[in-house]
Ligand binder design. Sequence first.
Ligand SMILES: Nc1ncnc2c1ncn2[C@@H]1O[C@H](COP(=O)(O)OP(=O)(O)OP(=O)(O)O)[C@@H](O)[C@H]1O
Length: 348
Amino acid sequence: MTGERNEPTTDGSAGTVPSMLEVSDLGHTYTGQQEHTAIGGVTFDVDAGQLTCIVGPSGCGKSTLLRCIASLIRPSSGEVRMHGQPVRGVPEDLAVVFQDYGRSLFPWMSVRGNVEFPLRSENVPKEQRRERVRQTLEWVGLSGSERKYPWQLSGGMQQRVAIARALACRPALLLMDEPFASVDAQTRFDLEDLLLRVRAEQDTTILLVTHDIDESVYLGDRVLVLSRTPASIVADLPVDLGDERDQIGTRESETFVHLRGEVARMLRGGGGTERLGGTTAGNSGAGSGPAPEDGAAPEEELGSDGSSTADGSSTADEESAPDGERAADATAGPVPLESGSGAREHLE
Ligand SMILES: Nc1ncnc2c1ncn2[C@@H]1O[C@H](COP(=O)(O)OP(=O)(O)OP(=O)(O)O)[C@@H](O)[C@H]1O
């Protein structure tokens, strides 16, 4: 993979445009008492506006891969480029959403305060901030909840706030690490559709890690299947389901059923046996890692039914808490990682 593609330039001649994201031979070994190689040389490119899903066996290195791409961990080897430039720190136009919304939101800030937070760090003028927050909350279906606090919201609503906070910065690249794993099945469907809507409106490039095979096919323009740890790419499958997807019709379609079977087969076999118009083991260092154990059902490994623990948080009380943030004690709570600036201290 070259990381470049030919596109016509404004003067009509053929030009070379770098991919939005280029991951080249990326490897990471955790050092210390428990040395462990989590990623074993991963190479892939992502075009602007593409939604790429990453699936792999539990503990294979998916989160490590995302964190290396976000520069939250310094990779042991290889390189990450965005817009053709090497990434040397957390990029300003990158945002991350994690599974654990409960820990990523500031409980002492209202919904508005949480969503506004990264914009304040970027010194966006107040009027513009307020408008950005209003518009972003509208996208995620939370208009009217600006003055509530995270603890007054259901799990699904809290995750919407986390997504809104990431989107408020209008990131060029959005990294999502199992973002819907902690919500109930219906909320999960709603959030998946929300993501597809926002992507269509914003043309955001998204890299999403999931344990759920069905979710990877439903959301993705493409599914990258990883091997067991140390992770390598065993398959890179294009998802030919078109832009219009719906939770019932799409999931019943022949293409969907075929693709989910293909992803499961790649997970079980480690790839290399069949192709589906995409690439399988052999490219990009793919297939160099150990294959999953034979006979292990991929659904068992991945929890592909998408079952999630229903969030026990109480739903929002109509009576809003007073607006205005408590004095922010930076040591007292979690650090949100949605914007580049707040995330640097997580570098290893
Ligand atoms: N700080 C660390 N030090 C040592 N080993 C680590 C560290 N963090 C993760 N690992 C190991 O690296 C491997 C990959 O971990 P990672 O969290 O990236 O996997 P994952 O695919 O995201 O896992 P899961 O499917 O459970 O979310 C695992 O074997 C894990 O135990």
